[in-house]
Ligand binder design. Structure first.
Ligand code: SF4
Length: 249
């Protein structure tokens, strides 16, 4: 006698994977997951501060410009002599370009960075009375200052919320299923919607740390990652099948 087929409603439902959950989660659920991710990152990285050394708003801006295509450690080797000799926008604007180039040569792209530093210094003197502006829309009018640098300054100098989107944040936000975009400005908006403003600076700084230490661009260490239970690993190649997972739709 043939066995009766099991009625579909009696079959045990398979447990959805984190990726499947992320693919169909609501905005509220995604925000709750982002909150859980932020809490875990807060435990793993209690100190969430940029690793550049600076003592004044101008020095924060200058160090952040120098950190493009360069490690923070390298910038920190260069800035003590730079800031001793050229401590503020007035000194930077008045210095011979060749002198600035020599002082920052080891940070790479030193001619371009010298132009940015000197033009930004002159703009700060001419348009902002020598003071670093405290608004994102004004900061991004300065030469060499994009939204990433502006958000670093807002968060670290003025104590205002700043969602910093660098290469690490861009990669992790997608892998964690918190955005579908690859555009830094869109990612910034997507992340801002998920967390309260007070969490923006710390969250983005901690994502940067996590990207450097665990969620490597080429070899993410998912096996030891504190976020693994909340992470759909979007786009991460599963080395057992050599297939990237699908983006969140
Ligand atoms: S290391 Fe893996 S589990 Fe951790 S955040 Fe990156 S992709 Fe997700």
């Amino acid at each position: 006698m043939k066995a009766k087929p099991v009625k579909s409603r009696n079959r045990p439902r398979p447990v959805p994977t984190p990726r499947q959950v992320a693919m169909r989660e609501s905005a509220a659920t995604r925000a709750a997951r982002a909150g859980a991710i932020a809490a875990t990152l807060g435990e793993v990285y209690p100190v969430a501060r940029i690793s550049l050394d600076f003592a004044t708003p101008w020095q924060c801006l200058a160090a952040t410009i120098l950190s493009a295509q360069c490690t923070d450690a390298r910038v920190n080797l260069v800035t003590p002599a730079l800031f001793r000799e050229l401590p503020d926008p007035a000194a930077m604007a008045a210095a011979p370009a060749v002198r600035v180039e020599k002082l920052i040569a080891t940070t790479g792209f030193f001619r371009q960075k010298t132009r940015s530093l000197q033009m930004a210094a002159r703009q700060i003197l001419d348009r902002f009375g020598g003071e670093i502006p405290a608004r994102l829309d004004e900061l991004v009018t300065l030469t060499g200052v994009g939204r990433k640098t502006a958000n670093v300054i807002l968060g670290h100098v003025f104590g205002q919320p700043g969602m910093v989107v660098d290469t690490h944040v861009r990669r992790l936000a997608r892998r964690l299923g918190l955005t579908r975009s690859t555009d830094p400005e869109r990612i910034e908006i997507d992340l801002q919607k998920l967390l309260p403003p007070a969490a923006w600076t710390g969250f983005s700084m901690r994502l940067i740390l996590h990207g450097r230490r665990v969620c490597d661009a080429r070899r993410p260490r998912c096996g030891v990652c504190a976020l693994s239970s909340e992470c759909p690993r979007v786009g991460v190649v599963d080395r057992s099948s050599a297939q990237p997972t699908a983006p969140v739709s």
